[in-house]
Ligand binder design. Structure first.
Ligand code: A2P
Length: 349
């Protein structure tokens, strides 16, 4: 009989946590046990999973005993408090927060790009930033054929990136504005409904926000290309779920549009969406709930013979977060292998 694993979801009541539950069920993850963890705000709640009502537990010192895999998506500060404790208790933590991504000993994994890195972990594997994952899935197959020298990206990021409460806030803002009332802000610094604003993460001295620097630094780490030149402008737009990105790629010599289309038409995790007659290309509404990153509008950069332009939409909560993490967990448990070559933590039989 194949092994099954005891999984805990840290942040089970959140937008990504909810998606973890759906994915574990729909992908038939080999579960022995499922533990749902959240903050004291969720004490007393239960969540239905596979026909069973599972109580949400408040995370505490004993929460990770007898747990093989922790899927964490409760924010960086929560991960900083609990990840090491979970590892000390014997679990492997797949962490969706930014807490450990740039630590040299923590692998940063997109299974379509660098699956082998997952097996170098020392207890924590980091799931990259959502916009970074979507871009990496689309750009990597091209980079494999001809090295990308420079990436210029602009993002159109949905409310879902700021969590379940942010999605609710945007809906309430839209309703208020339609009723002639003023939009209240709590999670976001400014109204997002009928508006947009540059990503509100912390700015550095160069004028780049944290989200933009994540795209720059995390992409280099995932691709193992420290020399790659990358710049980004990240913008929050009034879309409920799924991010979009305009990406300009520069190569060392021309990269034909036909070749790019051919490569992306069977790249893992990518779906080519292009109908030039109908002016039909990837849209966040169509990317929502889908596993694939929708890529299209591939064209030569008019201003640069070595440049390609492309456009993508991808579900931020799914491939940008929960799906990528579950795929990492699937890599670890594939073919009954131990979770790590060094630790050989046993799953239950
Ligand atoms: P809770 O619902 O109890 O606040 P989202 O990204 O959609 O906002 O979700 C964040 C998730 O992280 C929620 O499940 C939330 O639980 C959880 N969370 C936030 N802060 C903590 C904390 N300090 N300890 C444990 N879980 C937390």
């Amino acid at each position: 009989m194949s092994k099954t694993y005891r999984v805990a979801i840290l942040g089970a009541t959140g937008a990504v946590g909810t998606e973890f539950l759906e994915l574990l069920a729909s992908r038939h993850f080999p579960l022995a046990e499922l533990k749902l963890l959240a903050s004291p705000r969720s004490a007393g709640r239960t969540i239905e999973f596979a026909g069973e009502n599972i109580p949400v537990e408040v995370v505490d010192e004993n929460a990770f005993k007898n747990v093989d895999i922790v899927l964490a998506s409760a924010g960086a500060s929560t991960s900083r408090v609990w990840a090491d404790k979970a590892v000390a208790a014997g679990a492997v933590v797949i962490d969706n927060s930014s807490a450990f991504r740039m630590e040299p000993t923590v692998p940063l994994v997109v299974p379509e790009v660098n699956p082998q890195a997952a097996f170098t972990h020392k207890g924590i594997i980091a799931n990259p930033n959502c916009t970074t994952i979507l871009m990496a899935v689309a750009v990597w197959p091209l980079h494999q054929v001809q090295a990308v020298q420079r990436i210029v990206a602009a993002t159109y990021q949905s409310a879902s990136g700021a969590g379940a409460r942010a999605m609710e806030e945007m809906k309430e803002q839209a309703q208020a504005i339609l009723q002639g009332e003023s939009a209240k802000t709590d999670i976001f610094p400014y109204p997002l409904a009928f508006n947009l604003f540059p990503h509100n993460s912390k700015l550095n001295d160069l004028g780049y926000c944290e989200e933009e620097m994540k795209m720059v630094n995390e992409t280099k780490k995932i691709f193992a290309t420290p020399e790659m030149r990358i710049t980004a402008t990240c913008v929050r737009v009034p879309v409920l779920r799924a991010h979009s990105e305009a990406i300009n790629l520069e190569f060392g010599s021309p990269f034909s549009v036909e070749k790019a289309r051919e490569i992306l038409s069977h790249a893992p995790g990518v779906k080519l969406v292009e109908d030039w007659q109908a002016n039909y290309f990837p849209m966040p509404m169509e990317a929502s709930g889908k596993d694939d990153v929708l890529v299209g509008r591939i064209r030569q950069d008019l201003s640069n013979p070595n440049g390609l332009e492309l456009w993508l939409s991808g579900d931020q909560i799914r491939k940008g977060a929960a799906l990528n993490a579950v795929q990492i967990a699937e890599l670890l448990v594939k073919e009954n292998s131990p979770l790590t070559p060094e630790l050989a933590i046993s799953g239950q039989n």
